[in-house]
Design a binder for this molecule. Sequence first.
Ligand code: C2O
Ligand code: CU
Length: 445
Amino acid sequence: LPAESVTRGGGPGRSSRAAVSVADLRGSGSPAAGGTVRRHVLTAKKATVRLPSGREIDAWTYNGEVPGPAITATQGDLIEVRLRNADIEDGVTLHWHGYDVPCGEDGAPGVTQLAVAPGDDFGYRFRADQVGTYWYHTHHASHVGVHKGLYGTLVVRPRGGQRADEQSAAEQVDLSLPLHTFDGTVVIAGSDGRTEHPASPGTPVRLRLINTDSDPHRIVLAGTPFRVAAVDGRDLNQPGEVSDVALHLPAGGRYDLVFIMPDTSVALVLDGDRDGGLRLRPPGDAPGEARIEDTSDLPELNLLRYGAPAAAPFDTRTADRHFTMVLDRGVAMVDGQPAYAQTVNGRGHPAIPDQLVAEGDIVRFTVVNRSLETHPWHLHGHPVLILSRDGTPPTGSPLWMDTFDVRPGEIWEVAFRATNPGIWMNHCHNLPHAHQGMMLRLRYD
Ligand code: C2O
Ligand code: CU
């Protein structure tokens, strides 16, 4: 890659005693044996986007599209993306949400790079070693930029086309479905209103749900039993078939739903709206025929009791570092002035002390929500293993998440091993909350 001294650098706020030079923590330069290089140029620009209903939205886009171009790869490929900024005055970056890239590729402005100004560009490069469903978005003034449309999908498929949890043939219907709300309308993969997709009976189907909003979505899949094969890109252990359940998808989170297409239509119902959402329809099943009952009474699937237990890759009874984060709202000092803030331990960004870890540490977080709002907690660069929710440990599959909803009054314990050196944002993924202070940094010392 050409020199990027203009847009690279530690940025403001870096402590002089930081042992890690983030600018040097760049991605691998070559694919794995047998892999290919996937090159993209994404140009951030304002555009008027016409949705299928005919409605027009004034969006901020990558390449004039909402969502931005889909980035797909096979495990072991090298992903190389050149980000250009045409006319977003605020500046933009690319953050690979949930993907454990080397820190220098993480797209955190002021930490791993400077925001890319109009006329500038920045190159990202990383090996697609992790399989699963992810997404990308700007991380600069993201409460505005993501909301206006600066996001897209990142999907990495396994080499050989099969996942460990699939015994049968390669999937034939595999849809990435980012959900995004513009002016009160949920847009699914760029379509508003009801989206239709053909699917022949007997076809294996994978629906990759991606919540790009700042609030959770309630999702019901009607017309077939299904399995939640993966959460936040990571496969669950022995997920069983379920039906007549609602799924609570946190802001930023992803669920992969898999099933075999039945001979009648299947409906994806979002937030109780039985007219919108997605329909998978076998040839010959007339439009409007999907039989959808009222979904409002369906119980929520508890992912902490779903699937089969398996050993954790580290001892979860001990921790080398333990951080408690009490989430609340109130008045805190922001830039030397008292201001309304979303706070962590009574302070708002940037006055929240960094969390210091060393490579190899087992790190535990206790996240306490003392407020009346839900906080989708998100750590960059590392998935976390859920240890307990309100004191109750999971009895199902190990659950690795990069964004977990801590609802009002709840206490969550999570852990991870510190294996990805750098400086990482650790924040609420309700992006207005992050903007109002609910954001800090985890730093390798
Ligand atoms: Cu999806 Cu720090 O963000
Ligand atoms: Cu929040």
